[in-house]
Design a protein around this ligand. Structure first.
Ligand code: ATP
Ligand code: MG
Length: 227
């Protein structure tokens, strides 16, 4: 069952019980932004493995409001629906949380602004911006990307699909994660042509898709019988 998306609340980073809402000094926060249209196992495997490798206290799957890079190129699922899918995807995953900051800003989503907000909300936290190498390759086109690399450490994961040129004038942390050739684009195509979605998206996400009638979801979405 998917409830309303909860606002970001960082998990405890010390064993003593801190005051609710108090800043968690020393927290290591991963920011993993995306359109998540829909979120898939490639996103989850990436977030879980980067969190583990870098000992992050939390990874926020931040749902872009209006992804300016994608505007006009296709119909994008409403942000609240994408957030509901992300919330469902991480609801049972420790230390992965959905982020709605960019939806609350409204307008275009810029990572530099989001990092600024996180820094203000969590003073003293160390911030990490997590991207697949396809996204990293376009870093120079990001609005105020210099602020992104100043305010956070950039974490890049490999993504299947051919070698991607990365700039050598910024410092990257490379994290090896299992390379899964899964994309939201392919998943959307599967909804259209009826190929199976099994094991590419998780069941809680499929539930949201069916409940909300996303992607023209109209029939059994999987080959396996979950009834
Ligand atoms: P689309 O096909 O619509 O562009 P996508 O699968 O690329 O969707 P996004 O929401 O665009 O997903 O990606 C968000 C972030 O997740 C980006 O940094 C992207 O590089 C990364 N990412 C997406 N899929 C994978 C994957 N299979 N492995 C590793 N990283 C991924
Ligand atoms: Mg993409």
């Amino acid at each position: 069952m998917v409830g309303p998306a909860t606002p970001l609340r960082l998990p405890l980073v010390s064993s003593s019980a801190p005051t609710e809402g108090a800043p968690r000094f020393g927290a290591r926060i991963g920011l993993f932004g995306g359109t998540f249209d829909p979120p898939h196992v490639g996103h989850l495997v990436t977030a879980v493995n980067v969190r583990h490798a870098l000992h992050l206290d939390v990874v926020i799957l931040m749902v872009n409001n209006v992804p300016w890079q994608k505007e006009g190129s296709r119909q994008i699922t409403p942000a609240e629906d994408r957030l509901a899918m992300v919330a469902a995807a991480v609801e049972d995953v420790p230390r992965l949380v959905p982020g709605r900051t960019e939806i609350d800003y409204g307008g275009h989503s810029f990572t530099a602004d989001t990092l600024q907000t996180l820094a203000e909300e969590h003073p003293g936290a160390e911030l990490f911006t997590i991207v697949g190498d396809d996204a990293a390759a376009g870093l120079h086109t990001w609005t105020r990307y210099d602020e992104v690399v100043e305010q956070s450490r950039l974490v890049v994961v490999d993504r299947p699909g051919g070698p991607v040129e990365l700039s050598d004038d910024v410092e990257w942390i490379r994290v090896e994660v299992p390379r899964l050739e899964v994309s939201s684009t392919d998943l959307r195509a599967r909804f259209v042509d009826g190929r199976p979605l099994d094991y590419l998206v998780t069941e809680p996400v499929l539930d949201v898709i069916v409940q909300r009638g996303l992607y023209g979801a109209r029939r059994d979405l999987t080959e396996t019988d979950h009834s």
